[in-house]
Design a protein around this ligand. Sequence first.
Ligand SMILES: [Zn+2]
Length: 120
Amino acid sequence: MPKELQAGILYYAEEYGASAHLCACGCGSKIRTPIDEMEWSLEEDTDGPSLYPSIGNWQKPCRSHYIINQGEVIWCEQWTDEEVKQGRHFCHERRLAHLSRKYSKKKRHAFWEWLRRVVS
Ligand SMILES: [Zn+2]
């Protein structure tokens, strides 16, 4: 992964199963999402990358919660501390259709470029 990440780009180093991006809220936090069966899955199509399940940045001051779906950011509701503890902190794929309807108005216009290979 490069040391300096650029906003709006989802970095993916296939050989390492590692993915990273800057928090979609613009706070500048570096978010790492390991790509494997137990963690996140990454799909690519002509509209852009999709990352499942959602990204919940509970450890960061902004506490952002969003899904990257076909190159767009769909904002999810923020969970309370209690909900995070209960492990209810992911928007699962089956909820995505519902969410994208509910949150489509809040969609960011940011276009997520897709960097398949990152030379370290
Ligand atoms: Zn943030």
